[in-house]
Design a protein around this ligand. Structure first.
Ligand code: ADP
Length: 237
């Protein structure tokens, strides 16, 4: 569960977010749509405790980003924009490293660390590339490594900043279906520029423009093309 209450973020005099409030429940995959500079990444960075808001409060699974930032981080899996990875590490080695950070008594995400790593390699389709250095991988496979590290501790909340960037059409379908399936039991907030992506993966779409939420609607109620039309209208194009 994610609750955002009246969050404002100023960068100097610029309002990147202006009095944003939203609530996301378990089992929802929510698409955050908006033109470049709308404030999507800023909201995600605040929810993952990377940066503080200027005003307002947010809770992740009931934990405050101010009072319980460690618990917030523990229950979130985060794939940041640009997907920063250690290029010199091998895929399996990197996942063991990230899993090791979350592990307690050798277990992570309900499994032994090594089993969990193999499980993540399987569900993200990384098996053929698991013994390669991350720097040698294609963009699509690096994106899978980013998703695997976000999922490794079986977090209840997933925050994915443009998770399907750089994927080819086959990879796109696989990753979309992975996100849909993990979304059944988690709360997922993902950002994208691609309208079809939201229609394919999300149960709800939030449109943000100049730091304001300008629409928040369930996808199931929308006719084909309605989301695109709404996006253009509400973001002044
Ligand atoms: P989006 O993810 O929707 O493209 P961002 O959240 O990255 O938007 O950015 C929102 C606005 O805030 C943009 O105008 C951007 O230039 C500005 N911004 C983002 N980060 C910083 C920063 N660290 N310092 C100053 N301005 C920033």
């Amino acid at each position: 569960m994610i609750e955002v209450n009246h969050i404002t973020k100023l960068y100097g005099s610029q309002r990147a977010l202006d009095d944003v409030s939203i609530k996301l429940n378990k089992g929802e995959v929510v698409g955050l749509l908006g033109p470049n500079g709308a404030g999507k990444s800023t909201l995600m960075k605040i929810l993952t405790c990377f940066i503080p808001p200027t005003e307002g409060e947010a809770y992740v699974n009931g934990y405050s980003i101010y009072d319980n930032p460690i618990e917030v981080r523990r229950c979130i899996g985060y794939l940041p924009e640009q997907n920063p990875l250690y290029q010199e590490m091998f895929v399996r080695e990197f996942l063991q490293f990230v899993g090791g950070i979350y592990a307690t008594k050798g277990s992570v995400g309900g499994e032994k660390l090594n089993d969990r790593v193999e499980h993540m390699i399987d569900i993200t389709g990384l098996r053929p590339e698991a013994n390669k250095r991350i720097g040698m991988l294609s963009k699509g496979y690096r994106q899978r490594v980013g998703l695997a590290q976000a999922l490794i501790h079986n977090p209840e909340v997933l925050i994915l900043d443009e998770p399907t960037t750089g994927l080819d059409p086959n990879q796109l379908e696989e990753i979309r279906s992975l996100i849909r399936s993990v979304g059944k039991t988690k709360t997922v907030l993902l950002s994208t520029h691609i309208m079809q992506e939201v229609e394919a993966m999300c149960s709800r779409a939030i449109i943000i423009n100049h730091g304001h939420i300008v629409d928040d609607s369930p996808i199931s109620h929308m006719a084909a093309g309605e989301l695109t039309a709404k996006f253009h209208k509400l973001t002044n194009r």
